[in-house]
Design a protein around this ligand. Structure first.
Ligand code: DCP
Ligand code: MG
Ligand code: MN
Length: 343
């Protein structure tokens, strides 16, 4: 992928092509072969995209790919196997699924651990076959069950209310809002997605606000562990990922911070509310109309390389970014409440 650590892109760690690497043959060669087959099929279709598939959402937006095919593609990506061709519940599929439940672990690392002889998380922790863990992976294993469990909405509310109180104390002009599945009104949340910005009308920016909030949340024991730190806490746009808890008796939960400039809040809200399929369809709509949408704004006059539609030759001028409404209006999409933006 093109993702920079801590930046907003998909989280897939897809790096294999069907070439042997310096470390020997690609460990996911079977998956690559299967995806290539699919890619070949979809290239032949009008309007099909030439890009790698990273998520169910992406798979789903390829013309001709229905729910079933998309699920199969995700299955190949996530497990390295396709049930339909008789690999269900084999030892390797089970171990790979288990390992990919560790935060930050994708097909590649899971396969490495399996190849080193590990079959359980205990094996991995014991360093079987010379396995070396990053700090992030250690935390991911220590709180494996907590992290993989969705929390009740009430717990997300309780955690977010504490964070909001802290934010207002730091600076009453700070704007913090709980996004993602929470804003869409779901009754369980996989994590807590907090957007952080600050009205800049007094000439001050939000720079440094996220860092202060992060430090204060640590000091109060709300944030307990860091998983992905931003490149620079003073950046005007940054992402942080960690663990938090409601109180000392509660389970660890995943928390994400997204800090953006005030001017970009609408685009960021739209992106961070999702869901991912809704986002994907908005982006496609923008693209079809010579525009481009990302978490920073909606851009017009975007000219793309005909052979590589993902490459922009002219990056275009900003059309809207301050409010979700403006962006949807220019896109020609009727307003949808967050709870309506669902798959
Ligand atoms: N997002 C996206 N594409 C991705 C990842 C995220 O568009 N590949 C956007 C849409 C998501 C939002 O970011 O709704 C938050 O991401 P989460 O992974 O936290 O997803 P949700 O909050 O929607 O679901 P969950 O309850 O599982 O956290
Ligand atoms: Mg979420
Ligand atoms: Mn999240």
């Amino acid at each position: 992928g093109t993702s920079r650590k801590g930046k907003i892109t998909t989280t897939s760690g897809w790096t294999c092509d069907n070439k042997p690497s310096a470390n020997g043959p690609c460990p996911n060669q079977d998956v690559v072969d299967k995806l290539r087959e699919l890619q070949g099929l979809h290239r032949a279709k009008p309007g099909a995209e030439n890009s790698w598939i990273r998520s169910y959402a992406e798979a789903r937006t390829i013309r001709g790919v229905g729910e079933k095919t998309a699920l199969k593609i995700m299955e190949i990506i996530n497990t390295g196997n396709l049930k339909r061709i008789g690999h269900e519940n084999t030892e390797d599929v089970k171990a790979n699924k288990l390992f990919q439940g560790v935060f930050g672990v994708g097909v590649k690392t899971a396969y490495m651990w399996y190849s080193a002889g590990a079959r359980t998380l205990e094996d991995v922790l014991a360093g079987k076959g010379g396995i070396k863990l990053t700090l992030q992976q250690e935390i991911g294993i220590r709180y494996y069950d907590d992290i993989n469990e969705r929390m009740p909405r009430s717990e997300a509310t309780a955690i977010f209310e504490q964070i909001k109180r802290i934010a207002i104390k730091i600076d009453p002009k700070l704007f913090v809002e709980c996004m993602g599945s929470y804003r869409r009104g779901l009754d369980t949340c996989g994590d807590i997605d907090v957007i952080i910005t600050r009205s800049g009308e007094d000439g001050k920016t939000h720079a440094g606000a996220a860092k202060k909030l992060w430090q204060a949340c640590h000091a109060r024991g709300i944030i307990t562990d860091d998983l992905v730190m931003p490149d620079d806490w003073n950046d005007l746009e940054l992402i942080y990922r960690g663990l938090c808890r409601k109180d000392t008796q509660s389970k660890r939960r995943r928390i994400d911070f997204l800090s953006v400039p005030w001017e970009a809040r609408g685009a960021a809200q739209l992106y961070y509310t999702g869901d991912d399929i809704f986002n994907r369809s908005l982006r496609l709509k923008a693209r079809k109309n010579g525009m481009a949408l990302n978490q920073r704004g909606l851009y017009g006059g975007v000219v793309r390389d005909l052979n590589e539609p993902s490459k922009k030759t002219i990056s275009g001028q900003l059309l809207a970014s301050e409010t979700e409404r403006e962006i949807l209006e220019i896109l020609g999409v009727p307003w949808q409440e967050p709870h309506e933006r669902v798959r």
